[in-house]
Ligand binder design. Structure first.
Ligand SMILES: [Zn+2]
Length: 97
C-alpha cells in the first residue's frame, strides 16, 4: 500500500521485529513500517500515528510525541465510529444526524 503525504509517496509495510516500536516513519526510504505483531485495530491506529508524524514533518510542525498520540487517539475514534461518514464529500452524506 502506498500513501501520498505532502507530495511524498510512502510505502506502508507490515513487518516483524520492530522491537519496542509499534511503527516507524523512515523519511530516507519514504516508508512507514507497522508492527505485524499488533492487532488490526492497533495497526490502524499506529498507521494514523505515523501519518500524523509525516504530516507534521512535511509542514515543519514540531509536535511533541504526546500531542501526536492524543491526536492519534482522538482522530482514530472519530474515524472508526463514523466509518460511513464521507468527510471529503460532506454535502452528499447519507448519514443521519
Ligand atoms: Zn510517534
Amino acid at each position: 500500500m502506498k500513501l501520498k503525504i505532502g507530495g511524498h509517496s510512502y510505502e506502508v509495510q507490515f513487518v516483524e521485529g520492530l522491537g519496542i516500536s509499534l511503527g516507524i516513519l523512515t523519511k530516507t526510504e519514504d516508508t512507514i513500517k507497522i508492527s505485524e505483531e499488533l492487532s488490526v485495530s492497533q495497526q490502524e491506529s499506529t498507521l494514523l500515528h505515523e501519518i500524523l508524524h509525516a504530516v507534521a514533518d512535511n509542514f515543519g510542525l514540531d509536535l511533541p510525541e504526546q500531542t501526536i498520540s492524543i491526536l492519534e487517539g482522538g482522530l482514530y475514534q472519530v474515524l472508526k465510529d463514523n466509518y460511513d461518514l464521507d468527510l471529503l464529500n460532506i454535502k452528499n452524506n447519507k448519514k443521519e444526524e
